[in-house]
Design a protein around this ligand. Structure first.
Ligand code: HEM
Length: 239
C-alpha cells in the first residue's frame, strides 16, 4: 500500500474524527459561552432571512441524501425494491435540487459576509476557513451529483465510497476502494475531513445546539424599543 493511500484513506479520516471529537470536548470546556453561531442578525437581517433558511433546509435534505447513499447499504434499498438504476434516478434528481439550493443559500450567506462590512468584521479567521472549505466541498459535491450522476455516465459510489466510509467505523478500513474512485469523489471526501477538523473551532458548533422548536418560528426577535407602547410614551414625554 502506498504512503498516500495510507495517508488519505486511513490516517486522515481517523485523525479528523479524533480532532472532531476532542475538539468539541475542548471547546465546550474552555469556551462554553462562545458555543454559538455568533448571530449577526443585528448587523444585517434581510439577506440572512433569505440565505439562512435556504441553506439550512437544503442542507437537511442533502444530509438525508448522504444517509441514504452512504450509510444505508445498497442491499437494504434493493430489498425494498429500489435497484441501482432507480436509486441513481432518485439521487440525480433530488440530489441535484438539494445540492443547488445548498449552493444558492451558501452564496447568499457568503455574499452577505463579504459585502456587508458590519458582518465582515464579526467573522473570525477560522470562520473564513470554514466558509472556504464549505464552498469547495459543496462545489465538489455538485460536481459528483450534477456532473457525474445527472449529466455524465454515473458512478456507483455505493459499492466503493460508501463501503469504505462504513468500514472506517467498523474498524475495517479498505483504502483500496477509494483508490479507484474518480478524482472528484476523492477530493470531496478529503476536503470534507478537513472541514470536520475545523468544525469544532468555528461557528459551525451551533449545529449541535439548534433548538428544534426554532424550525417552526423566527429565530430571534429583536424589537425596536421605540415601537413599543412604553417606548412611544417615553418619546412623547421627551418631545
Ligand atoms: C466524508 C464525508 C462525506 C462523504 C463520504 C460524502 C460523499 C458524497 C457523495 C458520494 C456524493 C454524491 C451523491 C450523489 O451523486 O448521489 C456527495 C454529494 C454531495 N455532498 Fe458529500 N460527502 C461527505 C461530506 C460532505 C459534507 C461535510 C458536505 C457539506 C458541507 C457535503 C455536501 C455535499 C453536497 C452539497 C452534495 C451534492 C448534493 C447531494 O447529493 O446531496 N458532503 N457527497
Amino acid at each position: 500500500m502506498s504512503g498516500l493511500t495510507l495517508l488519505f484513506w486511513i490516517a486522515l479520516p481517523y485523525v479528523a474524527i479524533a480532532v472532531f471529537v476532542v475538539g468539541h470536548v475542548w471547546r465546550w470546556r474552555v469556551d462554553q459561552y462562545g458555543w454559538t453561531t455568533r448571530s449577526s442578525q443585528l448587523q444585517e437581517s434581510r439577506l440572512l432571512s433569505i440565505g439562512g433558511p435556504i441553506f439550512h433546509y437544503a442542507t437537511f435534505a442533502a444530509i438525508g441524501g448522504h444517509v441514504l447513499g452512504i450509510l444505508i447499504p445498497a442491499s437494504w434499498t434493493a430489498a425494498v425494491g429500489i435497484d441501482e438504476g432507480m436509486y441513481r434516478a432518485i439521487s440525480a434528481s433530488l440530489g441535484t435540487i438539494a445540492g443547488l439550493l445548498v449552493a444558492v443559500g451558501l452564496l447568499v450567506l457568503v455574499y452577505r459576509r463579504v459585502s456587508v462590512p458590519r458582518v465582515r468584521v464579526t467573522t473570525s479567521r477560522t470562520d473564513v476557513l470554514a466558509y472556504v472549505l464549505l464552498t469547495i466541498v459543496i462545489g465538489l459535491g455538485l460536481g459528483e451529483t450534477v456532473g457525474v450522476n445527472l449529466l455524465g455516465g454515473g458512478y456507483d459510489y455505493r459499492s466503493t465510497v460508501a463501503l469504505w466510509f462504513r468500514g472506517l467505523f467498523l474498524l475495517n478500513p479498505r483504502p483500496e476502494l477509494m483508490v479507484s474512485a474518480p478524482p472528484v469523489y476523492q477530493a470531496h471526501v478529503i476536503l470534507a475531513w478537513l472541514l470536520f477538523m475545523v468544525w469544532p473551532f468555528s461557528r459551525l458548533v451551533h449545529a449541535w445546539s439548534y433548538p428544534l422548536m426554532f424550525l417552526g418560528r423566527p429565530w430571534i426577535l429583536y424589537r425596536s424599543y421605540r415601537r413599543t407602547r412604553a417606548g412611544r410614551r417615553e418619546a412623547a414625554a421627551n418631545r
